[in-house]
Design a protein around this ligand. Structure first.
Ligand code: 0WD
Length: 251
């Protein structure tokens, strides 16, 4: 990936899936820019960015379009054009990631869909302008988009919409040689995952039942992410690629 430059959104700490993908891209020679969400995460993201010789282009909260504009302006100043963008962002009120989907409130539904789904389209709009020689957009999804999963609730609905948007974005941006894909990762203990009810049970369930009889790591998702960001996947777009130790064939 020497000579390729990309923007990484969604690093919260060194357990983040985005960090696994960033490390894998860096190992193959890519140059990276990172955003962070708020001051608390800035303190975590800056040292991680430094670890991979990367840049920090500022605070980005996808509910605030001005911050998205600002980080893309900063990225343009830094890189000129870009080759890839990673979107590894999701949110739901923790209180609604337990119990029944039917109890989802309108407020949390709207916010969850805005942050976990629409933001990928909002990012794609801005990325398109900087991907003058084509590029790759990647997001993260979960099997709860395809099948009912305990406690995943509104996130499952948001991920289903996100997966559909991958297909629509792929069709829209394909003529510009901009590819759009998603990795459907198996459960991994991260900050975001700790908000999901009974998460430890879900990890155990996957260990017992997935074909590989284990869960996956951020480095395994990272290597697959690197494939999508690089020219190795140049013929692939609109794809939902499972990195889940095979759980989707049995679940
Ligand atoms: O088991 C898992 N961990 C899986 C995660 C399995 C399959 C998919 N995923 C997805 C998540 O749904 C998400 O889309 O992977 C993506 C990355 O999640 P992660 O690596 O599990 O979690 P984490 O390290 O917490 O990073 C997600 C980050 C946020 O962290 P916190 O925990 O503070 O919410 O998304 C960012 C934030 O940095 N984020 C936002 N960024 C900008 N604007 C916003 C926002 N409004 N909200 C959350």
């Amino acid at each position: 990936m020497k000579g390729k430059r990309g923007l990484i959104l969604g690093v919260a700490n060194n357990r983040s899936i985005a960090w696994g993908i960033a490390k894998a891209c860096h190992a193959q020679g890519a140059e990276l820019a990172f955003t962070y969400q708020g001051d608390a995460l800035e303190r975590r993201v800056r040292p991680l960015a430094a670890e991979v010789g990367g840049h920090v282009v500022g605070h980005c909260d996808v509910t605030d379009p001005a911050t998205m504009d600002a980080v893309f302006a900063e990225t343009e100043k830094l890189f000129g054009k870009i080759d890839f963008v990673l979107h590894a962002i999701a949110f739901s009120d923790k209180d609604e990631l337990t119990g029944r989907y039917v109890d989802t409130t309108e407020g949390n539904f709207t916010k969850s869909l805005l942050i976990s789904c629409y933001s990928f389209t909002a990012i794609a709009q801005r990325a398109e302008k900087l991907m003058v020689d084509g590029g790759s957009l990647l997001t993260l999804t979960y099997y709860g988009a395809e099948k009912w999963m305990p406690h995943y609730n509104v996130m499952g609905v948001a991920k289903a919409a996100l997966e559909a948007s991958v297909r629509y974005l792929a069709a829209d941006l394909g003529p510009k040689n901009i590819r759009v894909n998603a990795i459907s990762a198996g459960p991994i203990k991260t900050l975001a995952a700790s908000g999901i009810g009974d998460f430890r049970y879900i990890l155990k369930w996957n260990e017992y039942n997935s074909p590989l009889r284990r869960t996956v790591t951020i480095d395994e998702v990272g290597d697959a992410g690197m494939y999508f960001m690089s020219d190795l996947s140049r013929g692939v777009t609109g794809e939902i690629h499972h990195v889940d130790a095979g759980y989707h064939v049995v679940g």
